[in-house]
Every structure is written in structure tokens, then in C-alpha cells.
Write a protein that binds this ligand. Structure first.
Ligand code: 1GP
Length: 248
């Protein structure tokens, strides 16, 4: 089977992509499969599995199996720590939270998890992860020095450092449930600075939010809460914004 990295690369060549984030603690077992089935119909690229609290390998495994049963979308772990690992996923965002104050989130948890990741045979996608204010729960849990929303220079420094370190994707997020997504001006500035694809998440709740980040240059958008709280119908216009910017 084609690697997930290859699938992402090929899909990005045709335009931006959408990821549906499922929190397996909130959307349990069979419900994860239902969300994935609907997301696939809409044209979402893949499923990210993860959450900031309450994650266990059992919950992750059950959700991954349910997604595989109901859809053909790739299942990618969005890790909170070693307890997020399951052999039932296809790949893992192997990420460093670059603007954390705590070295655990920058490299130590990754060092702990890496032997197990290898043993499970999970495909690793190297990601530089940056939290932009307000950061919400993940900002707290990740002990992030959130990048201020007007600090374009700070964001550029981290983004370039990630690229120079060889990370293949950058993920900038304002935190789940943020009142507004990452500012368009910051996305535009980063697109002028780095060549790695830019994923944007946190606080994207409407088609207008999605249009804003996509017009600024986001290569991928990630939404979580909207499908959890408001169901598939609320997700559809967001995915549609992504789809209509894609070729073919
Ligand atoms: C995942 O924070 C994003 O990293 C998801 O954010 O729940 O606001 O879509 P929302």
C-alpha cells in the first residue's frame, strides 16, 4: 500500500486537504467509524485520532478499527504521549512541540515512544508543532509559550527552524475551541518564508473561517470540535471550501 506520506504529497499536488480530528475519548468506538464514513463522503482526506486528556491505547485502537471498518481513509495518530500508540493506525504525526517550555514535549516523550513506534511498525510523519495564542487546553497541557498572534517574526523563526531540522510538515494551531483560528496574516507570512506544507487547526468552525485560512495559503486544515458538537452537517460546508480549491 502507498505510504501515508506519499498519499499526502500526491493529494497536496492537487490543492489543499482537510483532516477530520476525532477525539476517541469523546467519540467512542463505533461512532468514530460513523464520523469517518461521513467525512469520507464529503471529501475529507484523512482521520486524525487524538485528544488532550483521557487517551488510552484501548480507546485509540477501538476508534482506529472502527474508522477502518467504515471508511478507506488513512488513520493517523495525533499523539498526546506514548499512551496514544496503537498498531491499528496507519501512521503517526511524529511531532515536536517546538514552543513548549518543557523538554518532555520537545523531545523526551518522543524518545520514550520511539522504540515502541518502531516495534509497532507505524509510519512516522515528522511534524513541527507550534501553538499560537490563545492555545486553549493544549497550550496548558503542552506547557507552551504560545506564539502571540501579532508575533510574525517569532512564528517565522520557529517555522524556519523546523524546516532546517528536516521536518516535513508544520502544524500551527490556536487550540481546540479557540475563538478565532490562526491569523491569516501569520499564515501568509509563513507561506512566504518556508516551503514545507502548512497545516492549520483550532477554532475553524464555519465555511468563512475555512475560507480565511485557505486564502491565506494553508495547505491543510484540521477540524475537531465542529463534527463532535454540531454533527456532520456542520462539517460539510468547511470541507466544501477545501474541495472547491482542488483540481479535479
Ligand atoms: C486540533 O485544535 C485542533 O489540533 C482542533 O480544533 O476542535 O477547534 O476544531 P477544533
Amino acid at each position: 500500500m502507498k505510504s501515508v506520506a506519499r498519499q499526502i504529497e500526491e493529494s497536496l499536488a492537487r490543492g489543499p486537504i482537510h483532516f477530520t480530528l476525532i477525539d476517541p475519548d469523546k467519540t467512542r468506538g463505533p461512532h468514530a467509524g460513523e464520523v469517518a464514513r461521513e467525512a469520507e463522503k464529503m471529501g475529507s482526506f484523512g482521520i486524525l485520532l487524538g485528544g488532550s486528556t483521557g487517551i488510552t491505547p484501548e480507546l485509540m485502537g477501538a476508534a482506529a478499527r472502527s474508522v477502518h471498518k467504515e471508511s478507506s481513509l488513512p488513520v493517523i495518530i495525533f499523539p498526546q504521549g506514548p499512551e496514544s500508540l496503537t498498531p491499528d493506525a496507519d501512521a503517526i504525526l511524529f511531532m515536536s512541540l517546538l514552543n513548549s517550555r518543557n523538554v518532555q514535549h520537545v523531545i523526551r516523550l518522543q524518545a520514550l515512544a520511539s522504540l515502541y513506534v518502531k516495534k509497532l511498525g507505524l509510519e512516522t510523519l515528522p511534524v513541527g508543532y507550534l501553538i499560537v495564542a490563545p492555545g486553549m487546553k493544549v497550550g496548558e497541557v503542552g506547557e507552551a509559550d504560545c506564539i502571540e498572534r501579532s508575533d510574525l517574526l517569532g512564528a517565522k523563526g520557529y517555522a524556519l527552524a523546523a524546516q532546517f531540522l528536516g521536518m516535513k510538515l508544520l502544524y500551527l494551531e490556536a487550540g481546540s475551541g479557540a475563538p478565532a483560528p490562526v491569523p491569516g496574516e501569520m499564515i501568509r507570512e509563513l507561506k512566504r518564508t518556508v516551503s514545507v506544507p502548512l497545516l492549520i487547526g483550532g477554532g475553524i468552525r464555519t465555511a468563512a473561517d475555512a475560507a480565511g485560512v485557505l486564502e491565506a495559503g494553508a495547505d491543510g486544515i484540521i477540524t475537531g470540535s465542529i463534527a463532535e458538537e454540531d454533527g456532520h452537517r456542520a462539517l460539510a460546508p468547511i470541507v466544501e471550501e477545501v474541495r472547491r480549491r482542488r483540481a479535479g
